[in-house]
Every structure is written in C-alpha cells, then in structure tokens.
Design a protein around this ligand. Structure first.
Ligand code: NAP
Length: 475
C-alpha cells in the first residue's frame, strides 16, 4: 500500500490535482503516499457537482438510501483488513483498534439507515385563544440543507467521517468531505466504499489539501449550505467566525474530568480512569484529561492508578499496545512543555515523562494545581494530572472552571449523590461510574462552552443536518 498516489472521488470519478501532499507515517517517518493538494478551481468543480446531484438524491425514497448505506457497511467489513492497515500506518492507531473502528462504523451506518428510514414528519393542530386557530393544521416535514461540508479531525478518520456522511445522506443532502491531511488516505477508502456501493455520482465527494491553505475557501464557499466540523477549538472558532449565519455544527476540544467522590469504589474507578485516559495514547476528544480527588482518597487512588498505568503496553501499533506513537512532533513538544511547567511549579511525577521520538510513555503527575497549564490545557497525548481537592464542592468548582464542557465521569457508590453532582456539572454528558466516551451512537453527543455547538448522535445528526418545513392548511 505504501508510496501510492491517492486521488479524490469527485462526481463518482477519481480525480487528481496539479500538486500532491506527501503523507508520512508517525510510526517510522516513512512515506505512506500522496494525496491531491486541491486548487480553488478544483474545489469549485466539487461543490458544483455536489450541488447538481443533491436534488435528485433527496427525492430517492429513504428505503433506497438505506439500502446503499447497508451496502457501504458490507463493503467496509469486506475490506476491513486493508483499510485498517492503511489507518495503522497513517495515524499510528493499533491494528486492533483500527479494525474495531471500521467494524463500529459499519454498524453505525446500518443503524443510521434504520433510524433514517423511520424519520417521519408530524401534523399538529393550531392552538390559541382564537377558536379559528384550531381549524389550522401544520404538516411538518424535514428538508435537506443542500450541500454539507464535513471536516474531520485525524483521530477517527473513518468513524468520524461516516458519522457525518451517513446522517447527512439519510437527510437528503449531498456531502463534500474534507478529511484531516493526516488521515485522508483512510477517509478516501471510506468514500470509495460509498461510491462502490452505488451512491449516485456527485452525492459523496472528497476534497483534500492542507486546511490552513484551502480551509477558508471551502468554509466560505457559496455552494456550501451546512458545515459539520470536528477538530480543535482554535480551528472551530475560526470557522465559526467565517461561517457567519451559515448553519454549523462543531465537535471541539475537551478537558474531561473524572470526579472521584469520597465513597467511590477505587478499584473500579482506577480501572475506568486508566482506560478512559490512555487508550490510543489519549488522542481522543473524550479522553479523561484530569482526575479530581479528595485528599482522603488521593494516596490510595494514586497508588492504584500507578500500578495499572505501569502495566500498560507501549510500542508500535503493529503489536497492538495501548500506548502508540502520537501523531506528530507538535503533540510531543506540547506534552513536554506541559510537563516541564507542572514539575517546575511543584507537581510530583508518579510516572515521569519519557519520550522516544514521538512515543510518549504514559505519564502520571500528582499534586497538580490551578497555576499549572496542565490543569487547564488539552493535551493530545498520554499525560494525566491528578488534582487534589478538599471537598466535593471544590471538585465541582474546579471541574466547571474549565473553558471546555464535553464530558465528565463521576465515580460514587451513592447514585443519588452522583446524580446531584452530575446535575451541577457544566458539560454535555456525564458518565456515572464509567469512563468518558462517545457512544452508543444513538445517544446525543455534544459539547458545551468551548467544546462545541450543536448535537450529534444518529437521530440528532439527521435533525441537525435537515431543516423543518411547515405547510399550513386551513380546514
Ligand atoms: P485540527 O487541527 O483542528 O484539524 C481538524 C480539521 O480541520 C482537519 O481536517 C484540518 O485539516 C482542518 N482545518 C485546519 N485548518 C482549517 C481551516 N482554516 N479551515 C477549515 N478546516 C481547517 O484538529 P486535529 O488535530 O485533527 O484533532 C484534534 C482536536 O480535535 C482535539 O482538540 C480534539 O479534542 C478535537 N476532537 C474533538 C472531537 C469531538 O467530538 N468533540 C472528536 C475528535 C477530535 P488539516 O489536517 O489539513 O490541517
């Protein structure tokens, strides 16, 4: 698979560009392949193709659309080994996790098809103090937005793209996908599966090129009707400013906290925290990125965490370890600076930072305090700060002081108390006695504050990417 020229799928055809972007593997720096670096003229062609294809696609019965999603899911499963191999080299995800992502995506597409088929409209009768209002009936349906621009981050190049494309298609939209440059080859395999399944030409297309170069042009393109973005808060805010009143959905950064209440089962808590914080080297928006614990439990919990983290496997993705190389040198450097700042200001290294090229060993820092960047900044690497607090009230205060609001975990044996704390947390989702995570895919998935805007999750994604249309009849 290595060293190949990959092309975009536009209007059902493979299309290259005058210039190509070299993609190197985070595993060993080897050249994996090249993807087109599209020009503005190329991009105009993609948007026009999508715009032209959308009206006929919207008219296709939902059951027919669903069949094509099922077929895409079957193709993904048939090609799981091949796509997983690409993903492993491209984003250094363990082969096992890459396969899981693809299988989960096939499942997501089938579920999206089923839910999409069931999406129906409603009829409501008018109501007001004016009795004639009751003679009026509104027939409410949902119409497609038009062309959806789907921009995704590198860490789930198949699943994240599919979680946008599937619901957009069931809502009757055409889609233009801009994958992360590091991850684009994996996403192109997904797009190929849609095309091979028989999705009509122009309905699903891809655009590749550096976001910093083509991003502003695609986001402000007059033929784009909706933007569905996943990535950092910095880029999300930039896109939000450019989008103006164009509807937009953003899944952004996070600093998910695990709140360990005094009565928590510490064995379960430690196990969940480690799984939540370190899988895929912490390169997940929903990774646990800080632990808040009261002083009475802090020593016990720290010991338990240390034991489990020490046992985590570290290595190259081919061997399926938990800790794999992080995506690039910038992620390594950010981790080094966060660690340096914390240690300088008095944090204790329970498991000290160790770096070999872009392999960052699992790092556990205790006694992290509010004056340290690590307490607030989102790392995308396996470094976990433990913040000691005096009370549950202080724990909630520290959790809510973050600019992010994606998820939190609350660990407690007292469900009532856990619910009370959950209610007080400014996040989209709270997981009780469980690690923070995306899914099941039919649950609402959302971030508040700087973690996002809008709601994903199959039914909610379809709703987000469609608009209500109301036709009123006066009987
Ligand atoms: P990123 O650097 O923000 O990139 C995300 C996407 O935006 C990429 O496709 C990138 O393209 C593109 N992009 C860059 N500049 C752009 C511009 N000016 N206009 C339009 N698009 C532009 O994020 P990342 O490093 O890939 O992913 C990590 C971040 O994503 C973390 O903050 C993580 O928390 C967040 N994330 C959030 C969720 C969630 O559900 N909340 C899920 C996953 C990840 P290039 O690759 O070509 O630069």
């Amino acid at each position: 698979m290595k060293n190949k020229k990959y092309n975009n799928l536009i209007n059902g055809q493979l299309q290259g560009a005058a210039e190509y972007l070299s993609i190197f593997s985070p595993i060993d720096g080897s050249l994996i392949g090249e993807t087109p670096s599209m020009s503005q003229k190329d991009i105009d062609g993609v948007m026009e193709a999508a715009k032209a294809a959308q009206p006929s696609w919207e008219k296709i019965p939902r059951k027919e659309k669903a069949k094509l999603l099922y077929k895409t899911a079957d193709l993904l499963e048939q090609h799981v080994d091949e796509i997983a191999e690409i993903m492993m080299w491209e984003i250094a995800k363990s082969l096992k996790d890459a396969k899981n992502e693809i299988i989960r995506t096939a499942d997501l597409l089938r579920y999206t098809a089923d839910i999409g088929v069931e999406s129906t409209g409603e009829i409501i009768s008018g109501g007001s103090f004016d009795s004639t209002a009751e003679n009026k009936h509104a027939f409410i349906t949902r119409k497609a937005m038009g062309v959806v621009l789907a921009i995704a981050s590198f860490n789930y190049p198949v699943n994240l793209a599919a979680s946008k494309i599937g619901p957009a298609l069931m809502g009757g939209n055409a889609v233009v996908v801009k994958p992360a440059s590091q991850g684009a080859i994996s996403t192109l395999s997904l797009i190929k599966a849609f095309i091979d399944a028989g999705i009509p030409a122009g309905v699903v297309n891809s655009v590749t090129g550096k976001g910093s170069i083509i991003g502003d042009y695609i986001v402000t393109h007059s033929l784009v009707n909706f933007i569905n973005f996943t990535g950092s808060t910095k880029v999300g805010e930039h896109i939000g400013k450019l989008a103006g009143i164009k509807p937009i959905l953003c899944e952004l950064g996070g600093k998910d906290a695990a709140l360990v209440l005094p009565d928590a089962d510490l064995d379960l808590t430690a196990k969940e925290i480690v799984a939540g914080a370190f899988s895929y080297s912490g390169q997940r928006c929903t990774a646990i990125k800080r632990v808040l614990v009261t002083s009475e439990n802090a020593d016990k919990l720290t010991n338990k965490l240390q034991k489990i983290v020490k046992e985590l496997s570290v290595g190259m993705p081919q061997d399926n370890p938990t800790i794999v190389p992080v995506i690039n040198n910038a992620a390594v450097e950010q981790t080094r600076l966060l660690d340096e700042d914390a240690i300088k200001k008095g944090a204790t290294a329970i498991l000290p930072l160790k770096i070999e090229k872009n392999l960052v060993y699992p790092t556990l820092l205790d006694h992290v305090t509010g004056d340290m960047d690590l307490a607030w900044v989102e790392p995308f690497s396996p470094i976990l700060p433990i913040i000691r607090v005096q009370s549950v009230e202080e724990m909630i205060e520290v959790a809510n002081a973050s600019e992010y609001g994606l998820q939190s975990s609350v660990f407690s044996n007292d469900l009532q108390q856990a619910q009370k704390v959950s209610n007080a947390l400014d996040v989209g989702t709270v997981q009780i006695n469980n690690r923070t995570q995306r899914g099941p895919d039919n649950f609402p998935f959302l971030g508040i504050k700087k973690s996002g805007i809008g709601i994903q999750g199959i039914k909610y994604s379809i709703e987000s990417m469609t608009q209500m249309k109301s036709i009123v009849v006066d009987m």
